[in-house]
Design a protein around this ligand. Structure first.
Ligand SMILES: Nc1ncnc2c1ncn2[C@@H]1O[C@H](COP(=O)(O)OP(=O)(O)O)[C@@H](O)[C@H]1O
Ligand SMILES: [Mg+2]
Length: 312
């Protein structure tokens, strides 16, 4: 039996979220926010944390700087139940990355200092550790610059080890959307972009055309659409699952939480509509507290939420 249900290789850092920021960021003025949270960030780490919170056995490979913010991020993952034995601390000038999120009512600015995010290389990957699982997941494809060029081989290896795989591209900071992503998709079982990313990668602004193109490349395509829920395409079959209606604190990490909810069921062999429904539960739940993991790390709150949803 494999040691883990899911292994993930990717970035690990914190999010610093400011709420109630003025719409216009006037230079040289002292601008006031009315709320702040420093919390676990990074798509890969949020997926890992929330999968573990949902009872999935998760192994995580990453690198951080030898600094306090990296340590806080690492501790959060560990407390969440993720195996962090293969997270490396890199001594050197670079610190752990940090994402600054300025939440202005319904929209936000997102500024990432990459730090050690770009320093995760193939030398950091213990392939036997990553392959000791039933499923491999990669998030933030365009941020894995130290791995780029090697990701195709990585997916090939995980597939040849008999594992299923998933990929969440997230945003491309360069807005170029190329690379060997299309090649890699040949080795991906579940592709999890949001609507904007799906259109960018497919090279068409029409969602139906984007779905038609991308769904020919992967067995299961899931397109996340925020408060509008998700669409999924499996061959000729179309599925839809609505988002929950909740009081939203922020949507930070909602897509990553969706991935965690979906994958927690997928690795148990659950049918696709139920995987989508669990994705929406997890994505929605994440919006009810700050950042991507604050809701999930409150055990009593989490258990009460998922119990009450099951009863409905
Ligand atoms: N305002 C919202 N209300 C309820 N659920 C939401 C909301 N925003 C996001 N979600 C949930 O999170 C999922 C992913 O959100 P989305 O914003 O599309 O992804 P990403 O964070 O990758 O951009 C949605 O499919 C939905 O389940
Ligand atoms: Mg996302």
């Amino acid at each position: 039996m494999a040691r883990f249900d899911i292994t993930i290789a990717g970035e690990l850092n914190l999010d610093l979220i400011h709420y109630g920021v003025p719409g216009e960021l006037v230079p040289e003025r002292e601008l006031l926010a009315d709320g702040m949270t420093l919390t676990l960030g990074s798509s890969s780490a949020i997926v890992a944390h929330n999968l573990a919170a949902l009872g999935t056995r998760v192994g995580f490979v990453s690198c951080i700087g030898n600094d306090p913010l990296g340590q806080i991020a690492l501790d959060r993952l560990k407390e969440g139940g993720v195996n962090v034995s293969h997270v490396r601390k890199k001594d050197g000038a670079k610190t752990t990355g940090l994402t600054l999120i300025l939440q202005h009512g319904k929209w936000r600015n997102i500024i990432t200092y990459p730090g050690t995010i770009f320093d995760l290389t193939v030398d950091d990957l213990d392939l036997s550790y990553l392959a000791d699982a039933r499923h491999f997941h990669l998030s933030s494809f365009f941020l894995q610059r130290g791995l780029r060029g090697r990701i195709l081989r990585l997916f090939q290896k995980m597939k040849s080890a008999g594992m299923t795989t998933s990929l969440d591209p997230n945003d491309d900071p360069d807005d170029v959307w190329d690379g060997d992503l299309r090649e890699i998709l040949r080795f991906v079982d579940v592709f999890l972009p949001n609507e904007r990313e799906a259109k960018k990668i497919a090279g068409d602004d029409d969602l139906e055309i984007a779905i038609s193109r991308l769904s020919q490349m992967v067995p299961i395509l899931v397109v996340k659409r925020g408060a509008d829920g998700v669409l999924a395409q499996r061959g000729r079959e179309r599925f839809f699952s609505p988002a929950l209606r909740l009081g939203v604190i922020d949507p930070v990490g909602a897509g990553d939480s969706f991935d965690a909810g979906f994958l927690s069921q997928y690795v148990r062999g659950v049918d696709l509509p139920s995987c989508l429904a669990m994705g929406n539960l997890a994505g929605g739940f994440s919006t009810t507290r700050s950042g991507g993991t604050e809701a999930f790390r409150d055990r009593a709150y989490r258990e009460q939420f998922f119990r009450s949803q099951q009863d409905q």
